[in-house]
Write a protein that binds this ligand. Structure first.
Ligand SMILES: Cc1cc2nc3c(=O)[nH]c(=O)nc-3n(C[C@H](O)[C@H](O)[C@H](O)COP(=O)(O)OP(=O)(O)OC[C@H]3O[C@@H](n4cnc5c(N)ncnc54)[C@H](O)[C@@H]3O)c2cc1C
Length: 488
């Protein structure tokens, strides 16, 4: 490895990507200073927009040889600062690589470039009666490469699983610049499941250049039911009862009064007026099965105290119900100058207790919280509303946000369900994992990226180079000391 400054790389990057696809203008570089989490900003030294896997490999090789850090960026909708650029590094933007390369209806799979939007895969598959199941609410714009890096979920992941369950092959550029494949597209793993390790690694193990995904048959029937409740606890009871009855809906989502107010203001979704909470339950599958389950779900929702129930079975009615839910994050911008989208997980059975605790924390802090969540998965998205013109409110919102994660952990949950750790939550990792756990995870990272050039500074609170004795420990890893492992 030679050490060249990032400026020294510009001629080589122009050779690789074409001059028009290398950005050095300070004003244009600012376009890329943050992702969907705008609280963290860092202007990259250089932005490149490669058009092929070979160009990505050449870009990474140049960075690796020069010892310059690099960060991949898809559509920049991430909510944990994962695509936050390195100020002395190269930002590799995948938006020119957005082709759907193949739809194979017989094997029910698609091969796509990483910059393709999530929704574009389902649109391309629809003429064959197929769809791509993981459906983040940002699916109109977020990229499949970003979905792989974050192991993204969505409303329908309750039944269908997350991105990791639908990816069967990845072409990647390793942090050394080598173009290679993980997984053979069949979904069968022999040896270590490197595909599984890579999915959800938040852009720290290499750059994805092609993705093989499973496609699923479009369901014969879809029914969406909207149930209104006086409180989220009543709605939560319905969730437990539905799952307890052995029914696995495609989606179960809940919104509280504040998020309903915001969604109404933004998209006029016409939810029942005065509702303290709404529950959206979607059932899909063979018609006879869905009809039977629908009757049971309706009865359980009523028994849990629903004040109104609406059923939608035509696409327009369903779209209106979903418009409220899918617009909820952006919609709170209507009722608050700034907000933090929190992402935590709790066991379903703790939903009621955790929501009550969030309400009391919010009251104590004098900071409003709107709750929108994947109720079936126990994946909460509390939206912490504050005025960013007030330094006191900003601090109070940050503290409340952290206290919400502490509450999730106290109930046996997790600091993130689907938005990732990125730069934002690395400080919370030691609350969930021991120093040994974190060191072991970093050994995986070191195996892929010994020089720590690939999206450095993300996920881990105390990043270190491969083989470096951990600063906070000042002694070898116990497994090394016991002769059970070696750092290489
Ligand atoms: C309104 C809104 C709603 C959302 N709803 C959901 C939701 O329902 N479920 C959910 O899971 N998320 C949701 N998100 C979060 C976000 O959309 C997802 O995390 C998404 O997967 C990010 O994709 P992206 O293309 O924008 O990636 P970016 O934000 O550009 O990058 C995200 C991470 O992926 C890495 N990366 C990007 N491309 C590559 C690549 N080709 N190779 C390697 N690493 C790469 C980056 O380095 C970064 O670490 C939402 C966001 C918004 C703004």
């Amino acid at each position: 490895m030679t050490t060249t400054t990032v400026e020294g790389l510009v001629p080589r990057m122009r050779e690789i990507c074409g001059a028009a696809n290398v950005i050095t203008d300070p004003l244009e570089l600012r376009t890329y200073e943050c992702d969907g989490l705008t609280a963290h900003r860092s202007v990259p030294a250089l932005v490149v927009l490669p058009a092929t896997a070979e160009q990505v490999a050449a870009v990474v090789t140049a960075c690796a040889r020069a010892g310059v850090p690099f960060v991949a960026r898809g559509s920049g909708t991430g909510l944990s600062g994962g695509a936050l650029p390195h100020r002395d590094g190269v930002l590799v933007v995948m938006s020119r690589m957005r082709k759907i390369l193949e739809i194979d209806p017989v094997s029910r799979r698609a091969v796509v470039e990483p910059g393709a939007t999530n929704l574009s895969v389902s649109k391309a598959a629809a003429p064959f009666g197929l769809f791509y199941a993981p459906d983040p609410s940002s699916q109109v714009i977020c990229s499949v490469g970003g979905n792989v890096a974050e192991n993204s979920g969505g409303a329908h992941c309750l039944k269908n699983g997350f991105t990791v369950h639908h990816v069967t092959g990845l072409e990647i550029v390793t942090p050394a610049g080598e173009l290679t494949w993980l997984g053979d597209g069949t979904g069968v793993t022999t040896g270590y499941d490197l595909l599984g390790a890579f999915t959800g690694s938040e852009g720290t193990l290499g750059i994805v250049t092609k993705i093989v995904v499973k496609l699923m048959p479009l369901p014969e029937t879809v029914h969406t039911l909207l149930a209104a409740y006086a409180t989220t606890s009543d709605g939560g009871r319905a969730v437990s009862d539905i799952i307890g009855a052995g029914i696995l809906p495609a989606a179960i989502e809940m919104m509280d009064a504040l998020s309903i107010e915001a969604a109404e203001a933004a998209v006029h979704c016409n939810y029942p007026p005065g509702a303290g909470a709404v529950l959206i339950v979607e059932l899909d599958g063979p018609t006879s099965e869905v009809e039977t389950e629908l009757a049971t779900v309706r009865a359980l929702c009523e028994a849990a105290g629903a004040t109104e129930i609406r059923a939608a079975d035509d696409p327009a009615e369903r779209a209106l119900i979903w418009a409220g839910r899918k617009s909820a994050f952006a919609a709170v911008g209507r009722i608050s100058p700034a907000f933090i989208v929190q992402d935590g997980v709790v066991p379903r059975t703790s939903l009621g207790a955790v929501l009550a605790r969030i309400a009391s924390l919010s009251e104590q802090a004098g900071v409003r919280v709107a709750n929108v969540f994947h109720a079936g998965d126990g994946n909460l998205h509390p939206l912490v509303l504050y005025d960013d013109a007030s330094p006191e409110q900003t601090v109070a919102a940050e503290e409340l946000s952290g206290a919400i994660l502490d509450t999730c952990l106290e109930h046996g949950g997790s600091i993130t369900g689907e938005h990732g750790v990125g730069v934002d939550k690395s400080r919370y990792m030691p609350k969930m994992f021991s120093a040994d756990d974190l060191d072991t995870m970093q050994l995986v990272r070191c195996a892929f990226d010994p020089a720590s050039l690939c999206n450095p500074g993300k996920i881990f609170p105390t990043p270190r180079l491969c083989g470096e004795v951990p600063g906070h420990r000042r002694a070898p890893h116990p497994a090394v000391a016991a002769g059970l492992a070696e750092i290489f």
